[in-house]
Design a protein around this ligand. Structure first.
Ligand code: FES
Length: 295
């Protein structure tokens, strides 16, 4: 069985859920207010923060491992081990924030990822204590064990990102299926005013794609009806105002997007919603995908 298949089976393992539920509730209780959670998600950065931060402990620990293999670098290796330990804490908090609002399969695989990272961290703390007490040999051994565990866990993190699409923009993926021509969305006057509705692309030679349409008088905004976080249906969301902008709240985990440009006002999403260009021709609303999404 390949590693990938084994991890897919892990993602299907319901037995893990009983342990996951209380930890997830605890994480959601501790990571408050929402501004803190948004900071940990990486809303301010426009990219998930956790994988970016993970470079620091992994890089520090790998470097310490290389120095441990050379004579005369005890102090430098000890400093790098301590640096990795210090960086692991905020990295874990960012990962916990993402994990708490992921789908079931991601939570199961993510739980194993977190347990392995915690064990690696414990080994490195033990390594640091041993080094500070002058027991360099034990310090090195514990560090190498921690490095092996952290590296395997990083591989699981890669599976979460690339196979399970954790942190990827689902809106961008969905946009690739949208017609690359102007899409006829019917008479503008037929759309309800001030209420998001679902319309499906009517361009028959392309793939039908759900679009979220919101009309205000003689103008309308059209978004790909797929939340960038995990693909929730935006047309089912509530309209709110955030910072003077009209926003749509995804019904699944509450990500909030400005209707005008798709920008993220609130996580867990970090990537924007996909907003289409619009025009009204002979009373009919038409929409077209921005250039950057055309494949
Ligand atoms: S799918 Fe999670 S917030 Fe939209």
């Amino acid at each position: 069985m390949s590693i990938s298949t084994a991890l897919d089976r892990l993602a299907d393992t319901q037995r893990l859920d009983a342990g996951i539920a209380p930890i997830r509730a605890l994480v959601n209780r501790l990571l408050r207010p929402q501004a803190l959670k948004d900071m940990l998600h990486g809303v301010w950065l426009g990219h998930p923060l956790h994988p970016a931060m993970a470079q620091v402990p992994i890089g520090a620990w790998l470097s310490a491992g290389l120095l441990d293999a050379l004579p005369g670098h005890r102090k430098e290796a000890q400093l790098l081990v301590a640096t990795g330990i210090a960086a692991a804490v905020p990295t874990a908090l960012a990962g916990a924030a993402d994990w708490s609002e992921s789908d079931v399969g991601q939570q199961r695989v993510g739980a194993v990822h977190a347990v392995m990272n915690s064990a690696a961290l414990a080994l490195y703390v033990g390594s640091l204590v041993a080094r500070m007490r002058g027991n360099q040999r034990t310090g090195r051994r514990l560090a190498y064990a921690g490095l092996g565990l952290a590296s395997a866990s990083a591989g699981i993190g890669g599976h979460l990102a690339y196979h399970q699409a954790s942190g990827a923009s689902h809106a961008t993926t969905a946009a690739r299926a949208v017609s690359q021509k102007w899409i006829d969305l019917g008479p503008l006057a037929d759309l309800p005013d001030g209420q998001p509705v679902l319309r499906v692309s009517q361009d028959s030679d392309d793939r039908p794609t759900p679009l979220c349409v919101l009309r205000h008088g003689q103008q309308a905004q059209v978004l790909v009806d797929v939340c960038s976080h995990l693909g929730g249906p935006l047309h089912s969301g509530e309209l709110v105002e955030v910072g003077g902008k009209e926003c749509l709240v995804c019904p699944w985990h509450g990500s909030t997007f400005a209707v005008s440009d798709g920008s993220v006002a609130r996580g867990p999403a970090v990537a924007p919603a996909t907003v289409l260009h619009t025009r009204v021709s002979a009373g009919r609303l038409e929409a077209r995908l921005p250039e950057r999404h055309i494949n």
